[in-house]
Design a protein. Structure first.
Length: 382
């Protein structure tokens, strides 16, 4: 086991408070700190305590660091990426490809010769993801039932949205027509509709209405604001989680959390951003099925909480430590991340003391983990 140093990503939507406060640094930070990556993705690999980038270390000894099962299943690569995510402002309206879409899209863009800065598919992997809230966390995740969305949009009383209401109530059209119709609107047309919808929403005094008002303030002429009317709006309390399969449209609005995903950086954006969007490609990968509730049920076993997911790329556990050592049987390579208190984590090769916001890497061949101290520890594995 070794200490693992993450890479902070300074995206404009990040917080200048959350990461710095967790890690005991001066607040506010000089720049928005949106994410800290802990993993081996080539875009921003973490560094081991001995100075080696984690991806290089794994490439030089994959069986020893990953274990035979993960090495054979995922081809000498760490299959997950762990992040601390701090949303000070809304993230882009986005979805991620499944494995088939990612592979074909990546190969197509390589064949065409698209410059890396303009690619949708920077790697060939899918990107399902899960987020566990550390603070109250507001998000839009997956499509609502179209009839329920139609009723709520009709209640706004905005004449320009009557066609959208009719489309949503048409079983043959529904979301498959409504979403491209909205994303195809011009900026000037959007501005008037968004302004009217936000004024109506401000009078409702609901959380969803407040989201619309906030998005309209940040993006007054962005079609993504109108698409937000079709999504589930949820508030996660600390310890609650949401799992987003590939193809599901979502946007995180504000809050601080631990995010775990397949090791990919493929993002297809449709709005709510100053970054490049690609609406046609986004529509190609979207899953238009409504999600009843995107939250992921937790399973508790003593001080250990887990959130089962239907894939084998990653698994996540949270250990609440109150002074007594806790042994956790976790197969495969592990990244341990402290999010509070004073924690020590050990495997068969050694131990590392972790302060909040610090991480360690444990090889898949190093046996069970034992955590001690008082605090909160997340364990990502495959």
């Amino acid at each position: 086991m070794q200490g693992l140093y993450g890479v902070i990503r300074n995206y404009a939507w990040g917080s200048q408070v959350d990461l710095a406060r967790l890690q005991g640094r001066e607040v506010p930070a000089d720049l928005p700190e949106a994410e800290e990556w802990f993993g081996a993705h080539p875009s921003a690999p973490s560094t081991l305590h001995d100075g080696r980038p984690l991806d290089d270390a794994i490439a030089s000894a994959p069986a020893a660091l990953l274990g035979d099962r993960v090495n054979e299943r995922f081809g000498a690569k760490l299959p997950f990426l762990l992040k601390l995510l701090a949303a000070g402002k809304p993230l882009s309206l986005q979805a991620h490809p499944n494995s088939r879409q990612a592979h074909s899209g990546h190969q197509r863009e390589l064949r065409i010769g698209i410059d890396a800065a303009y690619r949708n598919y920077v790697d060939d992997n899918h990107k399902p993801e899960m987020l566990v809230a550390l603070t109250e966390f507001r998000a839009m995740c997956g499509f609502r039932d179209p009839l329920a969305a139609a009723d709520d949009i009709a209640a706004l009383g905005v004449t320009e949205l009557e066609h959208l209401v009719a489309t949503l109530r048409d079983k043959k059209a529904g979301l498959r027509r409504a979403v491209p119709d909205l994303l195809g609107l011009g900026r000037e047309e959007c501005r008037g509709i968004i302004d009217a919808a936000a004024k109506a929403a401000s009078e409702l005094e609901t959380a969803d209405g407040a989201d619309l008002v906030s998005l309209a303030r940040h993006y007054p002429d962005d079609p993504g604001v109108l698409v937000s009317l079709l999504l589930n709006h949820i508030t996660l309390q600390p310890g609650e989680a949401v799992y987003m399969p590939a193809g599901n449209l979502h946007a995180y609005l504000h809050g601080f959390g631990v995010e775990l995903m397949a090791a990919s950086d493929n993002v297809l954006r449709g709005g709510l951003t100053n970054k490049r969007v690609d609406v046609p490609e986004l529509l190609r990968v979207l899953d238009f099925q409504a999600m009843a509730d995107p939250r992921t049920a937790a399973e508790d076993e003593g001080p250990v909480r887990s959130w089962p997911v239907p894939i084998d790329d990653f698994a996540l556990k949270r250990v609440e430590l109150t002074g007594e050592p806790v042994t956790v049987e976790v197969d495969g390579p592990r990244i341990c991340l402290s999010t509070g208190g004073s924690v020590t984590v050990a495997d068969g090769q050694g131990e590392v003391a972790l302060s909040p916001g610090r991480a360690a890497f444990s090889p898949g061949t190093a046996g069970p983990l034992t955590a001690s101290g008082e605090g909160e520890l997340f364990i990502a594995s495959a």
